[in-house]
Design a binder for this molecule. Structure first.
Ligand SMILES: CC(C)(COP(=O)(O)OP(=O)(O)OC[C@H]1O[C@@H](n2cnc3c(N)ncnc32)[C@H](O)[C@@H]1OP(=O)(O)O)[C@@H](O)C(=O)NCCC(=O)NCCS
Length: 205
């Protein structure tokens, strides 16, 4: 049955390129995951706040290694991409990336988390800016969605500061460990205008 619209992006748009390294700001970058990042991933998923909002924990080091290894395959089939957020020492302090990539619609869902020690310095917001810029310019996507529980105030601030407007509340649309949560749906589209750089901040405490 012929489609009456051309896909926003042809199949192969992502897989034809290597997953890039992206500079976020001096001293902060996004790079593909490596096997030796597994301890940082294990530490991240040991964090109760990450467990709470990502409804996932890792049972052992083997699962952490499998987590880091999954991304090459998901990039190749063009369904998801994840970067380690790294500082000058090249060690991961967090993660950002895209899930549910739909090339036909030119859309994807944004994801991010930060290790506890890295929070409060504007890193998530700055990383989101770099991810957004790459998504709309190099990857050619058209719309990025960002969904978080209405109880997750920190994520709401990151989304808002990243220029992702709130489009509405999807009531009781996701189950967390404590039951159903209303989810804020934010989104940014390519035509929303330039992505502003975020100021560097020192830790809150
Ligand atoms: C959400 C998260 C990624 C934010 O990372 P971060 O690098 O600390 O965020 P930033 O430093 O860029 O801060 C962004 C804004 O959030 C605010 N913020 C941070 N923590 C907050 C909290 N616990 N409650 C309310 N606001 C908070 C900051 O003050 C800042 O707002 P401002 O710019 O108006 O001062 C981090 O807290 C985290 O990893 N949380 C657990 C996982 C998670 O929630 N992932 C998202 C799931 S949708």
């Amino acid at each position: 049955m012929p489609l009456l619209v051309t896909p926003a992006l042809p199949a192969g748009s992502l897989a034809a390129q290597e997953q890039p390294h992206l500079e976020v700001r001096p001293g902060l970058a996004l790079r593909p995951w490596r096997d030796d990042d597994a301890p940082a991933v294990r530490a991240a998923f040991d964090c109760p706040t990450i467990q709470r909002w990502h409804v996932l924990r890792l049972a052992d080091d083997a699962e952490a290694r499998a987590w880091t290894a999954q991304w090459t395959g998901r990039w190749r089939v063009e369904t998801a991409v994840s970067w380690a957020i790294v500082e000058d020492d090249d060690r991961p302090v967090g993660q950002t990336g895209l899930r549910d990539v739909l090339l036909t619609e030119g859309s994807a869902q944004v994801s991010y988390w930060l290790l506890p020690d890295a929070r409060g310095r504007g890193i998530a917001t700055a990383a989101l800016g770099a991810l957004t810029r790459w998504s709309f310019t190099r990857a050619g996507l058209h719309r990025l969605e960002l969904n978080h529980s209405t109880a997750n105030a920190a994520s709401c601030r990151v989304a808002t500061r990243g220029g992702f407007a709130v489009e509405g509340v999807a009531r009781q649309s996701m189950r967390h460990a404590d039951g159903w949560h209303d989810m804020h749906q934010h989104a940014r589209v390519r035509t929303d205008g330039p992505i502003r750089d975020q100021p560097v901040r020192s830790a809150r405490e």
